[in-house]
Structure formats: C-alpha cells, structure tokens
Design a protein around this ligand. Structure first.
Ligand SMILES: Nc1ncnc2c1ncn2[C@@H]1O[C@H](COP(=O)(O)OP(=O)(O)OP(=O)(O)O)[C@@H](O)[C@H]1O
Ligand SMILES: [Mg+2]
Length: 278
C-alpha cells in the first residue's frame, strides 16, 4: 500500500520524502510521516533500522540527504545552527544512554539546560523549578546526590526531569526503558503517560520494548529496511498480517537471521576444541 506524502500542516512535526544515506547505505528511504500534536508516537523496529537517525532528523541533529522536515508547518531542515538552537529549546531529549553529567549533582544536571539558554536566572526560581521537576518524577529530595549514587531507573527519572526543565512542547525519547527491570520500566512508562496527560506534551518514543509501546503509544510505527512497514494503534500492530511485524513483536528470529546463525554455529563448533575448555 503506497503511503500518502505528508504535508507540512499535517502534524506538529512532519517529514516529507525524507531520505538519509551514509555513503552507499540507504538508512531512511523516503519517509513521510506526520506526528500529531499532544499524542505519543512510538517508533519500533530492529536494531540498525534507522530509528535513532530518524529521531535526530526531527531536530536536525542530522541533515537529510533529500526531503524536508517541518516543525509547526515551518521548514527547519535547512536552517542554520543558531536558528536551530532556538527551535531545539522547545524540545526535551531523553536519548539512548542519555548520560547525566557524572561530575554534577542532580540539581546541577537539571539546571544545566536552563543556564545554557537564559543568561540571568534567579537562584530562588531555579530551586523551585528543580523541586517541581523532580517532584514530577518522584525524585524530590535527591538534589544533592551525584548520578553514581543513583540506580539506573532513578537516573532515567532525573534525565526525564532534565528533559522537561525548559517546559518543552515535544519530548523525544530514545530507548527510555532499555536496561531497566520490568517494574522500573513501568515506572518510566507511567511517567511518560503522566507528562503527556498533565503537560499535554507531544512525545516521540523509540523503543524495542513492546510492553512499553502498547502501553504508551497512541500510534505505533514500525521501520524496516528504511521504510515504514506498519503504522497504527496497538490493536492494529498486534493483528498486523506482515510476517516481519509479527516476528518483531513476538520477539522471534526470522528465517534469514536463523540461516545466518546456523552458518555461524558451524564455524563456532570448529573454532573451539574440547581441550580449549580444560
Ligand atoms: N553518523 C553515521 N555515519 C554512518 N552511519 C551511520 C551513522 N549513524 C548511523 N549510521 C548507520 O545508520 C543505521 C541506522 O542507525 P540507527 O542508530 O538509527 O539504528 P537504530 O534503529 O537506532 O538501532 P538501535 O535499535 O540498535 O539503536 C546503522 O546501520 C548505522 O550504522
Ligand atoms: Mg537507536
């Protein structure tokens, strides 16, 4: 089924015929997608299929090889860095491995983006802002802790608090639950839902975690080989007829991957002899 080319006014963020190549490799092959304001759009797909690269295009951390990116109907992919900096202020990021600064306290981590963007800031107002943002993620009281003193889930929550420090319109999350246990992952899911409900934030979430995708996604989009192969709500994705989609959501290995593993297995057996393990 051919997809309709998205138009600039179709969503808060729109990509039109977006193509990205790295050398010979075609990573994004004509992606037209309109992201709806106030909703949570989830992007899934196998490792290396271009999810992070796509997300970077939404704030022009990568420039397209062809095609366009629009924010509020305005083309942004060709803007200069200085103009992009202003636009990026309206975004919160929670990127893959979104590292907090280890040498800074939780407090300093959260005020970092604020100090970057505003020259003069009232210290009292900052204290209040940090308190409010940490309270939103259930971490008020941890202001003076260093990241090394926090668990993985607590770090993600602080990263989220930092992501909302500038009251963004849009938050981009890249693998927010990766590496967390199921219960902690669910805390992050609930937080994403809460931010969307209470702050009416538009969220774009890249994830491998189908539980998370079903729970938070108003719409789930699957990328495969640089194209969109599925697009719809959780029900649509669960019942999708395409094998590749079913294999992915059920966590099954496809035939091609199995064949590659079998080949690898033969090599593996001949590489190691029993005496290697004595
Ligand atoms: N700066 C770059 N230069 C060259 N190739 C790149 C660059 N960034 C990404 N790629 C390639 O683009 C492809 C897509 O990468 P991307 O990081 O978007 O994958 P992904 O879907 O986010 O995977 P994962 O689920 O593992 O995070 C990969 O083949 C990657 O090697
Ligand atoms: Mg990625």
């Amino acid at each position: 089924m051919a997809r309709k080319t998205a138009q600039p006014e179709d969503g808060i963020l729109v990509t039109r015929n977006l193509v990205k190549r790295f050398g010979q490799a075609m990573v994004l092959d004509n992606i037209s997608l309109a992201i709806e304001e106030g909703k949570t759009t989830v992007i899934i797909g196998p490792s290396g299929c271009g999810k992070t690269v796509f997300m970077k295009h939404l704030i022009v951390l990568e420039r397209p090889s062809a095609g366009e990116v629009f924010f509020h109907g305005k083309r942004i992919d060709h803007l200069h860095e200085r103009d992009l900096a202003k636009i990026r202020m309206q975004f919160g990021f929670c990127f893959q491995m979104s590292a907090l600064f280890d040498s800074l306290t939780v407090y300093e981590n959260i005020v970092f983006p604020v100090r970057q963007h505003y020259k003069a800031v009232d210290e009292k107002a900052l204290d209040e802002l940090v308190k409010q943002k940490l309270a939103m993620v259930g971490m008020d009281g941890y202001q003076q802790h260093y990241p090394a003193e926090l668990s993985g889930g607590q770090k993600k929550r602080v990263a989220l608090a930092r992501g909302i420090a500038l009251n963004p319109e849009v938050i981009l999350y890249d693998e927010p639950t990766t590496g967390l246990d199921p219960i902690t992952s669910d805390v992050i899911n609930e937080l994403i839902l809460k931010l969307q409900r209470e702050l009416k934030i538009t969220s774009v979430v890249v994830t491998h975690d189908m539980n998370s995708a079903y729970k938070i996604g108003d719409r789930i989009i699957m990328f495969h080989k640089g194209k969109i192969i599925a697009d719809g709500d959780a029900e649509h994705i669960r019942n999708h007829p395409h094998d590749v989609v079913q294999q992915f959501i059920q966590g099954k290995v496809g035939e091609a991957e199995l064949a590659a593993l079998r080949l690898g297995g033969t090599r593996f057996e001949t590489q190691f002899m029993p005496e290697d393990f004595r």
